[in-house]
Design a protein around this ligand. Structure first.
Ligand code: ADP
Ligand code: ASP
Ligand code: MG
Length: 451
């Protein structure tokens, strides 16, 4: 086998139906370097599965979500004639799903088991589509190699074990065929199914590429690359041809949904190039994310992102004036309650921190008991319905253009500004109801005009 192989990942819209799957199969058939294919659940399936995990659904509501999942599968399967090995596995997985979905998940482990069915089903169907295109391929259950800890819903990979197992069980298969496997899911030390968090298939592809020693990762989605901002929000957003690992990682962390926030970690760690392109327009170009020598860095702001559902915690204590130990005390309590903060700003007598408060955030909610403990030595205020807007790039400095931006922002209520800790971002907190407009205004000011 050619050592320089590629892991290709296809997201939900790319495997939404038979026609979409055929386009992906064409991409694979025309690139002999693709040896591992990571698929998401077909679009809409994971949302049904998440809904099925809720308690308090009526029988009719539950059945509607089960039917929704089944309808998406049947719509694809009616265009296929499954080979016996795939038919057997698909039928028993679908039966297991019907059984598991009858009752609300009682534990986080049951929840992850239920959430895993989308990828487990789509990977059977996609393997058949690939075979129908004449590509020798087999389906592989990723749970035997992608090992994680037991934090259901936000499992952390065990890099060493994943590598050992992937080298032993997965890599030997690649010389004979293309291996189709699932994104998003893994298994813990007892073999129980875990998930990596919403949008986690990108991360799976990067982890498998690292574990198997791939040269490149191709992320095929519904846009021709990573844009200067979300193209759904701003029709003048432009795809960016090249990004550094740092820039891409910051974009993903600060809300560019096109990549799961952790995707870049394994790629940067192992020097694996990442391409992002559209499976609907594979010739339409895309974004390459790679190591860039510092002499070739493009300085300045290259993109703007936003992350909604942020919470601002402000702690004020007159005792902080000239007193040491206040910050240490605050952060000790936050860490005791496993509260992870993103941005921090301080003044003489106060400290403000932001927390991700998204419904699916991989962090525990702000604990009432933690607030009471903090309240013993400072005044605590909590503000919600905020969004974090971030300018992303390299060597970001406050030049004239960024200063002009401050004039644009004077129309809005800016709650907090952070700049300096990283040269890759400059962020501020705004009212969530204003954040779309803020992003559009920043994009127009900084990224639509010649600089
Ligand atoms: P997939 O199902 O393929 O994983 P996602 O829906 O997770 O696709 O991610 C693709 C979407 O990310 C795009 O349709 C786009 O609306 C959104 N997005 C947000 N920010 C950006 C950005 N800066 N560049 C490109 N797409 C972005
Ligand atoms: N199917 C999962 C989700 O919708 C994972 C993914 O698509 O990346 O979140
Ligand atoms: Mg995604």
């Amino acid at each position: 086998m050619n050592q320089e192989f590629t892991v290709a990942k296809f997201g939900g819209t790319s495997v939404a139906d038979h026609a979409a799957m055929m386009r992906c199969a064409d991409i694979i058939a025309s690139d002999s370097q693709v040896r591992i294919v990571v698929v998401s659940a077909s679009a809409g399936v994971t949302n049904h599965l998440v809904a099925l995990c809720q308690t308090g659904l009526s029988t009719e509501e539950r059945q509607a979500h089960i039917d929704g999942v089944i309808a998406i599968q049947l719509n694809i399967i009616e265009c296929l004639s499954l080979d016996a090995d795939l038919a057997h596995g698909f039928d028993s997985t679908l039966n297991d799903f019907k059984h598991a979905a009858q009752h609300p998940a009682q534990t986080n482990a049951h929840r992850d088991e239920l959430l895993s069915f989308g990828e487990r089903l789509s990977s059977y169907l996609f393997t058949q589509v690939l075979r129908d295109k004449g590509v020798a391929s087999s389906r592989f259950d990723v749970r035997s190699v992608l090992k994680t800890d037991g934090q259901f819903g936000k499992a952390q990979p065990d890099i060493t074990q994943t590598k050992t197992r992937a080298q032993a069980e997965l890599v030997p298969l690649l010389s004979e065929q293309v291996v189709v496997t699932q994104g998003f899911i893994g298994s813990d030390e007892y073999g129980d199914t875990t998930t990596l968090g919403r949008g986690g298939s990108d991360y799976s592809a990067a982890l498998l590429a690292e574990a198997c020693g791939a040269r490149n990762i191709h992320i095929w989605t519904d846009v021709v690359g990573i844009y200067s901002t979300d193209p759904r929000l701003c029709n003048k957003a432009k795809p960016i041809a090249h990004l550094t690992f740092d820039e891409a990682a910051e974009m993903a962390t600060f809300g560019a949904k096109v990549l799961h926030p952790a995707t870049i970690l394994p790629a940067a760690r192992s020097g694996i190039g990442v391409f992002v392109g559209s499976s609907q327009d594979p010739q339409g170009g895309g974004t390459w994310i790679e190591k860039v020598p510092s002499s070739e860095l493009i300085a300045g702001v290259r993109a703007v992102t936003q992350r909604k559902n942020q919470l601002l915690l402000t702690l004020k204590s007159p005792e902080m004036l000239l007193a040491s130990g206040f910050l240490a005390r605050v952060f000790t309590i936050l860490s005791e309650y496993k509260i992870s903060v993103d941005l921090v700003t301080t003044s003489e007598i106060s400290v403000a921190v932001t927390l991700d408060n998204a419904p699916n955030a991989s962090r525990p909610e702000l604990d009432q008991e933690a607030l009471e403990r903090l309240g013993e030595f400072c005044h605590v205020s909590v503000e919600t319905n905020l969004a974090l807007v971030a300018l992303i790039g390299s060597e970001i400095q406050l030049r004239q253009s960024e200063l002009n931006l401050m004039r644009v922002l004077s129309d809005f209520d800016i709650r907090l500004i952070c700049h300096g800790a990283s040269k890759h971002n400059l962020c501020f907190l705004v009212e969530q109801s204003q954040s779309d407009t803020v992003v559009q205004a920043i994009h127009q000011q900084l990224l639509e005009q010649g600089r």
